[in-house]
Design a protein around this ligand. Sequence first.
Ligand code: ADP
Length: 428
Amino acid sequence: MGIWRREIITFLLLFSVICVIGLFTKLFVPLLLILTLSLLFQHLYQINRFEKWLRTGGQGNYPKTTGAWEELYYHVYRIKKNNKRRKKKLSKMVDQFRESTEALPDAAVVLNAGDEIEWANKAAREVLGLRQGDKGQRIPNLIRFPEFIQYLKSKQYDEPVIMPSPLNNQIILAVRIINYGAGLRLLLAQDVTQLKQMERMRKDFVANVSHELRTPLTVLKGYIETLQDMDEQVSPLLTNSLKNMQGQTDRMQHLVDDLLLLAHLETKNKKHEVIDIPTLLTQICHETEATVGEERIKLTLNCDANLVGEENELRSAFTNLLSNALKYSPEDTLVQLHWYQTEDGVFLDVIDQGEGIALTDILRVTERFYRVETKRSKKINGTGLGLAIVKHVLMRHDAQLIIRSELGKGSCFKCAFPLKRLGNKTNN
Ligand code: ADP
């Protein structure tokens, strides 16, 4: 039977007893008053006990009682017990999380919306030089590297920022910020010193080898040219061999030149000069037309925007895109170049009607030495470094290379420059 039903039945029973006694003794009203007052008193007493028990935190077992009050005590006691268990579990989890993050080799710092430190692990203290007492301090006041402050302000956390450790500038850190929760951010700093050292060694090695190869190559080329001049076409075998040798040394020369250019792009300081892009594009097109014919290239200059950057680098990138478009499309098709400006930026589109590139290859063509293997492309000479150079040059100009292509229909290579790169002449 439900507790409330039992309470009502008890009350009805008492009420009936009073009715019967009241009928015989004619004292119905006083008896009813006594019953009501005693019930009221009992409940007031229970409320008082209940409030006292709650006030003392509802610790331990609840007081002995009966009926609906016992039920009430029991429910509150159970809720409290469950909460206690949950709290214990939660604090165990928090402890475990704290212990694991303390053991992390990477520095971890929790920042609030105001860039203030909420919490930092042991590695953060060792690598970033944060102290226990720095809680509540604004992180830009403690880590003062301009690149880091700019990264923090930018709210663009897709790529990590590379900076030296504030404690030891021999240690290189990759710092990344991750948004989570309401306005909270997790800052992770990883030691990438070894990785950067290896990267530098690779760059130095490629640059040195390429440089060292230049002299023997020039000597070889010289000898081949001299032999070709002396060749009196008596032996077709010799003539053919010399031609092949010349082709291969030319290829090697291209490879070495491209590798050296890439190495320079990775290490050279950026130059900032205003480049007249319409004139540069016109020059590139004229020079290329001399070898492929006027009817293959159409240049449309929809704006006279100039860019701030390095002329030789942009010349090399645009030439690579144009020569690829010509190389990878049939000789009777047109290659179009459009130079235009929108409210989003300044763009150069290089459009061909060639063989196109499959989607899986589009993702890889800018990798070094990656060449798409088709029957036709196998016959076309190339180093697989052209688009890697384009990508690097554009990166150095804060620009992006966007490739759209459809197999059998053609490709569009778009160089997208931000408006901040516009040269003074058009800015004014
Ligand atoms: P490569 O020296 O081989 O031309 P790139 O880095 O310039 O090296 O290009 C990489 C690969 O991308 C090329 O081998 C080719 O398969 C493909 N590719 C580049 N441009 C085009 C294009 N306009 N149309 C079709 N395929 C292209």
